[in-house]
Design a protein around this ligand. Sequence first.
Ligand code: C2E
Ligand code: CA
Ligand code: CA
Ligand code: CA
Length: 279
Amino acid sequence: AKEEGKNNFQFYSSEISSQTLERLTLESNLRRALERQEFSLAYQAKVDLKSGRITGVEALLRWHNAELGAVSPATFIPVAEETGLIVHIGRWVMKTACLQNVAWQKQGLPPINMAVNLSVRQFADEHLLADVTAILAETGMNPALLELEITEGMIVHNVDRAIKLLTAIKQLGVRLAIDDFGTGYSSLGQLKNFPIDTLKVDRSFIRDLATDSEDKAITSAIIAMGKTLSLTVVAEGVETAEQQTFLREQACDEMQGYYFSKPVAPDEFAALLGKEKAT
Ligand code: C2E
Ligand code: CA
Ligand code: CA
Ligand code: CA
């Protein structure tokens, strides 16, 4: 038994060091990812539940590294946050998404909202407002078509600062969305103090809608209260016809998820949008 314990310990400690090594490899590659042009954006449609038409799109960051292959945002975004690299990366995301939107407009595609995710560090960065202002000017992006997605956690800590910053961003004409709603600590009562336009119901409530009566109740309550506050309500992670039907019955405004489209490359999204124009 003593022998076994020893082996277990060795196994455990070598696992820790291989994890540390992995993390260091990830971090050093992430530091060079921007200059090596390893990032790209995938675009996922948001669809109006009444008309079935595409109303907007969310830009989602993708990283392909020679050594590591494709790395999921769930893995590298937390590292980018901890190291502060996310501020630079986030600026690149916003600028690239805006340039893409302008390019689609020039191709004659219908105007759509472009949603960009903000990270905790970006939101805390004192240059955020100046960055957004500069990117709008540099790209010629219509501010009314830009929507920034933030999470509840970013705004509940320093409420006064958050309200000031969000109000200033709104004054640029940019829209604001609360992402992953229902997973954080804010309440809808608090939300009424923030100048937001959109509420995105977290995927965890949508996933089991067909079978989970609690999730049904929570989802319809969020939709109803969002409407009371005159917010556009978007359901995330819609994968089935049943979920779509339920959301339509609850008069949810929009949906996003694999059922309509996965996040796709720019050309593929342009094709989706182009098809829509024809109908
Ligand atoms: P998110 O902002 O909540 O984005 C939605 C995630 O759900 C995306 O994962 C998307 O691919 C996935 N998804 C969409 N529809 C479905 C569905 O029907 N079923 C399932 N199972 N998943 C679906 P992704 O692209 O891996 O991104 C994960 C998270 O990484 C994002 O969650 C966001 O928090 C973060 N992220 C992605 N891009 C950026 C970025 O440019 N900046 C920042 N700060 N965070 C980003
Ligand atoms: Ca998002
Ligand atoms: Ca989300
Ligand atoms: Ca549940």
